[in-house]
Design a protein around this ligand. Structure first.
Ligand SMILES: [Zn+2]
Length: 267
């Protein structure tokens, strides 16, 4: 089967992981810019990171016959330093122009603070002006519903951005309904210890249908699993879902969302 993982942080993963992706049919991946596990000290750290995402990682992936795309943005965890955030926002457009960059991401909210909202607003302005796709990170646990609603209101108030060009990631049972109803795409994240299990994700497909859904591993530097997507596909198969539906969820859906950026070609 063919799989696209639309959210995976390969800068944190090994070549063994690339090989595992390749032999399991995951030949196209997209990597959002995110938090390194520590706050970067200056804008140079972001230059280096964006170079890594747009030059080093696509070359590393190509050795395994994997197409690597990325998203550029300032994550919400580093929005509190407003001076640095302003400097980072000024360098973002030059990276958005690069050939494997699909849009702004992952941008969004973490604690729903005023500073985070400011930075999100400025990044949505960049996306609107340039007609870029947007990949949204939503807060965890008790902040999730409130943060998801703030983000959706901000996007819907920006008339130049169509909800069909925005994927709201890390959705959960209590946010999926509202996200879908408003015309956005949504992402479900599979984590071994937190966020969704394969079983919960398949339950969501059964409850909410297979439209507008993308399932991802979000594999990164913490406990996570780059093969989570194929394990989830296997759970669908175990429950008797037809191959065509599995292919829709894990390949055709992400392809349809991502292909709205003309730079994207699915492998
Ligand atoms: Zn992420």
């Amino acid at each position: 089967m063919k799989v696209i993982d639309p959210h995976i942080h390969m800068v944190s993963r090994t070549t063994d992981d690339y090989l595992a992706l390749a032999i399991n049919g995951i030949h196209t991946i997209t990597e959002p810019a995110f938090w390194a596990g520590f706050d970067r000290r200056g804008v140079d750290g972001f230059h280096d990171y964006f170079h890594h995402l747009t030059v080093t990682e696509p070359a590393r992936a190509a050795r395994f016959n994997i197409k690597h795309y990325c998203w550029i943005g300032l994550n919400s965890k580093e929005a509190e330093n407003q001076k640095l955030a302003g400097e980072v926002l000024r360098i973002i457009p030059e990276y958005l122009d690069r050939p494997t960059v699909l849009g702004l991401g992952e941008i969004g909210l973490n604690k729903n603070s005023r500073n985070e909202i400011n930075v999100l607003e400025m990044q949505l302005e960049i996306a609107a002006k340039r007609n870029e796709l947007v990949l949204i990170h939503t807060p965890h646990l008790e902040d999730k519903l409130k943060g998801t609603r703030i983000i959706m209101d901000m996007v819907l108030n920006e008339k130049r951005i169509k909800p069909s060009r925005v994927l709201i990631d890390h959705a959960e049972e209590h946010t999926i309904g509202e996200i879908k109803e408003k015309g956005f795409w949504f992402g479900l994240t599979l984590y071994p210890n937190s966020k969704g299990s394969p079983e919960r994700a398949v339950d969501a497909v059964e409850a909410y249908g297979s439209d507008n859904i993308c399932i991802n591993s979000s594999a990164d530097w913490s406990v996570s699993d780059p093969l989570a997507t194929v394990k989830c596909a296997n759970e669908m198969r175990r429950r008797g879902h037809p191959e065509a539906l599995i292919q829709k969820v894990f390949y055709e859906n992400p392809k349809a969302f991502l292909s709205q950026c003309p730079k994207f070609k699915a492998g």
